[in-house]
Design a protein. Structure first.
Ligand code: SF4
Ligand code: SF4
Length: 365
């Protein structure tokens, strides 16, 4: 059976107590993933290994020991395959993210078919089929917007593919009447697995995790997509699409009047899409590194940072780091620390608030 693990340093909740990301919880068909007090937990033995959480996690925090989506994509392309199916090496089509599906469609010379023939008899099909349909709809929309003459077709080819051994054992587990049945079959299979995996796995944050958080990283699937874009036909016009039509990347606007230069957004950004210089005098944004995790918005108290309502596909072909705001940095007369000066007194926001509170306390106007 598949073993699911979580790299806690990659989950946005670990570094940001205001994070609202709930994507893995929402997609898990057996509802084993929970977020409690900002820490993700799940029971490893409840996991049916569909890979949905891995595909939907913006920061690729999950790992299945027996399925790596990137390896799958390269094997699929090397073997010039055409059909995506849970009857082959894929645990479920839901294990492929929008970026991986789009990369496959862009690079493959074939018209790819997603075989959903087994979904109706699969105990997790009711939950996963709409997710698969939505993802493929997004991919096909993007292919059209990128002027690619391709589509991923959804078809029911159930009887036409020979099952691999891996797929046979998965099917034995999943193709039953319902999740209750799955759980009882899993109980038999889980006798072979460590008993401790039956327990709720509550992740703890270690010093190593903190070091990893500071390193920042971009999921491999983004590199794959950029490579696929380079290999595919360049559109004649770079179209702009509504942000609701793209789930994995964004462009930002920043209201410089309300931004306090608290630095939280770029400190919290897990990929380094938001950054600054050594003096903290700018906020830069690189859309190609953004994974739409929403963490920067969750932490911005004055709501100065917003997701642009449209997304220009030119970002993929003519990458540009945008400077969202520039500050004049001066030293505060009170505390001596650098701050974003906006004219008037040479006092940072924190000292100003402290002064106002002191005045209120002592009744000074
Ligand atoms: S960042 Fe990933 S692991 Fe964390 S809550 Fe979001 S989807 Fe789940
Ligand atoms: S810019 Fe914001 S939404 Fe994009 S990756 Fe960084 S924190 Fe996430």
């Amino acid at each position: 059976m598949s073993l699911l693990t979580l790299d806690v340093s990659k989950c946005v909740h670990t570094s940001n107590k205001f994070a609202i990301c709930n994507k893995c919880v929402e997609v898990c068909p057996v509802e084993t993933i929970k977020i409690d007090e900002n820490i993700v937990s799940f029971i490893p033995n409840d996991c049916v290994g569909c890979g949905g959480c891995d595909a939907v996690c913006p920061t690729s925090a999950y790992d299945l020991d027996d399925f790596k989506a990137i390896d799958f994509v390269f094997t699929f392309l090397e073997n010039n395959l055409e059909i995506l199916s849970c009857k082959s090496e894929l645990p479920c089509i839901v294990a492929l993210s929008v970026e991986e599906l789009l990369s496959l469609a862009l690079i493959s010379p074939n018209n790819i078919i997603a075989d959903i023939g087994a979904c109706k008899d699969c105990s997790i099909g009711t939950k996963n089929l709409p997710l698969i349909e939505n993802r493929i709809e997004e991919v096909n929309f993007l292919l059209e917007a990128l002027e690619q003459d391709k589509k991923i077709a959804l078809e029911e080819l159930n009887s036409e593919i020979e099952l691999t051994q891996d797929a046979l054992s998965r099917r034995k587990l999943l193709s039953k009447e319902g999740l209750k049945k799955v759980v009882s079959i899993k109980e038999q299979l889980d006798n072979e697995v460590l008993a401790s995996d039956d327990a709720l796995k509550v992740h703890t944050v270690t010093t190593k995790d903190i070091i990893k958080i500071k390193q920042k990283s971009i999921p491999d699937r983004r590199g794959l997509l950029l490579m696929a874009m380079k290999r595919s036909k360049i559109p004649e016009v770079y179209h702009t699409i509504d942000i609701d039509n793209i789930s994995f990347i964004s462009q930002k606007d920043l209201d410089e009047d309300t931004c306090t230069n608290c630095q939280m957004c770029y400190r919290i950004c897990p990929t380094g899409a938001l950054s600054s210089d050594a003096k903290g005098s700018v906020i830069n944004f690189n859309p190609l590194s953004c994974v739409q995790c929403h963490s920067c918005h969750d932490v911005c108290e004055p709501n100065s940072l917003t997701k642009r309502e449209s997304f220009s596909l030119a970002s993929f072909y003519e990458p540009q780091i945008e400077t969202l705001v520039r500050f004049t940095i001066k030293r505060c007369d009170e505390c001596g620390l650098p701050f974003a000066y906006r004219g008037g007194e040479m006092m940072c926001d924190r000292c100003r608030v402290e002064e106002e509170e002191a005045h209120e306390l002592w009744g000074i106007k």
